[in-house]
Write a protein that binds this ligand. Structure first.
Ligand code: ACO
Length: 271
């Protein structure tokens, strides 16, 4: 990376800890951060030593959303060409993260505003600190939640909650975010990393091919009719059987029925 690093990465025990790293700017996403995130995702996606990606934030913020100066004002000064370029860069890595090869967990440690809901939604699971604060502040500075954010809240939340956040710009804390299911769970900040590690370790025990096909299926079937979904899921399982060179499905049945070494209702087979 030629630019100053504004994303931090640490890989340990098959967990990639990726963090927004502009704490002095509350991890607002500027064009450099958007470019670096894409490079980091490229680098991590097919590494054998990475099984789960966690997206966190350095300092007291997860992300204060798009950088109002560098992402909006400075790119707008370059005209439409600059605007579209920086939109491609941010939407590009959000999309890449949504369909990432490995399961992903948003670990929300602090502020999460506006455009931050893009990567929040892109992560498969989300765990936050009770102390985290979430808000759609767009309305407070005179715009609608764009860049997919309105779609994110409508997909994730009941209409009243989506409308409340959108129109009032009021903050909700981690416990409230968990209560409306914006995140899976909320824990005290001091437990956030430990709990995220536990969840990541749970995922690391599962068949990685099944994880990728299953997470894509959850995102895809929502807009399908029942018959389309049924057909899609049959085809996807057949494709998964082709991609899983360990023949995990048969091995899972064998360890249960023949070896009696585990019970699928109570945990995973031995990979
Ligand atoms: N864009 C650009 N700069 C930002 C952003 C942002 N989104 N958020 C924080 N910063 C900068 C501040 O300008 C300040 O810079 P400076 O030190 O050069 O003056 C620095 O980060 C620290 O910010 P403070 O406001 O001093 O930090 P504080 O802890 O008091 O407040 C808070 C944190 C609440 C996050 C506040 O910074 C804030 O309201 N930020 C904007 C949040 C927002 O509305 N984001 C946009 C959402 S809409 C969208 O993403 C499309």
């Amino acid at each position: 990376m030629s630019e100053q690093p504004v994303v931090s990465v640490r890989v340990e025990d098959r967990i990639a800890w990726v963090k927004f790293a502009r704490p002095e700017k509350r991890n607002a996403m500027n064009p450099a951060l958007n470019r670096q995130m894409m490079e980091v995702l490229d680098d991590l996606e097919y590494r054998d030593d990475v099984g789960v990606l966690v997206l966190g934030g350095e300092g007291n913020s997860w992300s204060a959303g798009m950088d109002l100066k560098e992402y909006f004002r400075e790119t707008e000064a370059q005209g439409l060409r600059g605007v579209r370029k920086s939109q491609r860069e941010s939407y590009g890595w959000f999309r890449r993260l949504r369909w990432f090869q490995k399961p992903t967990i948003a670990m929300v440690n602090g502020w999460c505003f506006g455009g931050g809901f893009g990567p929040l939604f892109a992560c498969d699971l989300a765990i936050c600190a009770d102390e985290a604060q979430f808000g759609l502040s767009e309305i407070n500075w005179g715009i609608l939640p764009g860049g997919g954010v309105t779609k994110v809240v409508v997909d994730l939340l009941p209409m009243r909650d989506a409308m409340w956040l959108t129109l009032t710009g009021e903050l909700i804390d981690g416990k409230q975010a968990s209560a409306i299911r914006l995140v899976n769970e909320s824990v005290p900040l001091e437990r956030l990393e430990a709990r995220t590690t536990e969840v990541a370790q749970l995922l690391l025990k599962k068949n990685p091919v099944a994880l990728k096909f299953a997470k894509d299926a959850v995102r895809r079937v929502g807009v399908m009719t029942y018959d389309e979904a049924e057909d899609y899921l049959v085809r996807m399982q057949e494709a998964a059987n082709f991609h899983d060179k360990t023949d995990g499905r048969k091995e899972g049945i064998r360890q249960f029925i023949d070896e009696k070494s585990y019970k699928p209702g109570l945990g995973s087979y031995d990979l």
